[in-house]
Ligand binder design. Sequence first.
Ligand code: MLC
Ligand code: AMP
Length: 507
Amino acid sequence: MMTNHNLLASFLEVAAAAGDKPFLIAGETPVLRFSDLDRETGRLAARLAALGSEPGDRVVVQVEKSPEAVLLYLAALRAGMIFIPLNTAYTTAELAYFLSDAEPALVVCRPSDEADVQAIAGTARVVTLGMKGEGSLLDDLPEQIGPVVERAADDLAAILYTSGTTGRSKGAMLSHHNLYSNAATLKTLWEWQDDDVLIHILPIYHVHGLFVALHGALLAGASVLFHQGFDPAAVIADFARATVLMGVPTHYTRLIDSPELTRTAAKPMRLFISGSAPLLAEAHERFARKTGQRILERYGMTETGMITSNPYDGERVAGTVGFPLPKVSVRLRNDQSQPVELGEPGILEVRGPNVFKGYWRNPEKTAEEFREGGYFVTGDVATRDSEGRITLVGRAKDLIIAGGLNIYPKEIEEAIDALPGVAESAVIGVPHPDLGEAVVAVVVRESGAELTEAGILAEIINELARFKQPRRVFIVDSLPRNAMGKVQKAALRAEHGALFVPAVTTQ
Ligand code: MLC
Ligand code: AMP
């Protein structure tokens, strides 16, 4: 008989051993127990089938973070569907693109979005799920439970949209085995135990909050303190009954700035993990001084899950992302695809069971991003020292990371360039004390056109999610270009680099 590689089957095995221990706890209340996981995912999977969805169908989900949304993810796995979570900040215009590309059988949206989504959903069935479990998804929940649908290791579990190294959002196809292998590796590496308690503060539409955090707890049989958003004081108060925290650097800098963060408060915690964006060495050291604990920084990507991690036992070096995970192979290449010398920067390429199956319905782009030997090109520039430790030193891709969210300048430039009176634009990231980087647009007016910062921002408000919208817009007559005619973004970054932080003077 074929082994069922459905990821949910692995979680259910752990759940069976965990008994009635809470899986999700909201505030003081256990809202989902391990002992209920089989029945609750089974009923919801049966509901998905009753809505006409079949194994292999795609379900697009744009809902607020809630325990029911977690159950929906697990039920979709169980039903053999392909789960496609979307950032709740995406506008209807952005959603329309994802729906046309993904062609889902089912869309689950917020109750307040139902009419807008219905209008763009085509033949897809639309149901709703609200923050408190209200909405038509959970109406008529059957009593009988749906089976854990047989899946092969390479069958798709999820598609996560990302812009990869360039261009328009593409769906990264992740298989059941991609997700399982990464989760199992991290469970061992970070020494997850069944008495761990994770403080969950991340959104559940990205790799970090949905996979790294939740899969870790599910494979360990550990409980999760499920926070709706991020309130530093509430998180620090939870340290007393928790052991693990995962966050992006913005979470850590906000914690460091909280008076409640002390050595005594942090004492019960065994592990603080940071990733998704660079954690400044200075923040790492400040956190260590305040708490006596060293943050474990790791590095990953939507297409690959986690790639490297600082050691659990062993030195966690600030400003580095540690070593390749077991079974994950990393190499550094120059722009002619040749190996670089030890200590020299190169573009990081990765191969392993964690690496995705390609971009959804985009074989050309998939082929472009893979090199001989099956290595995927991350677009991150790194160095490796003689011990094998990796440091990220830059990006070969034009990407801004604000508060752990990726923003593609090209997408914003296209939206601005389409406005009347705009000749062209350049969008850059500049240092920001809270978000790490903030978006700034430099816009060239057509001759005679009257453009204003407020006018441009008002025009794109319904086009782009709020987090992508520029924090400042500058109207200029021309952009700096090099001899080849290429816009010199480095010059713009230098010019606007001190907008949100004091200029650093180098002597
Ligand atoms: C919120 N805003 C942002 C923003 N988050 N703007 C830019 N970038 C962001 N990340 C906007 C809000 O819309 C608001 O606009 C204003 O900033 C202030 O918001 P806030 O209340 O301070 O934000 P908050 O809700 O506290 O959110 C900040 C945050 C959040 C850091 C908690 O962004 C967050 O959860 N980030 C984590 C993202 C994540 O999960 N990344 C992992 C990707 S996976 P206005 O106009 O209303 O004032 C990945 C792979 C890997 O990268 O390796 O993990
Ligand atoms: P995403 O495509 O949203 O999954 O984001 C992946 C990108 O986030 C990577 O390619 C890196 O550029 C960045 N990233 C993730 N973790 C780290 C980290 N620890 N330090 C610096 N950058 C990181």
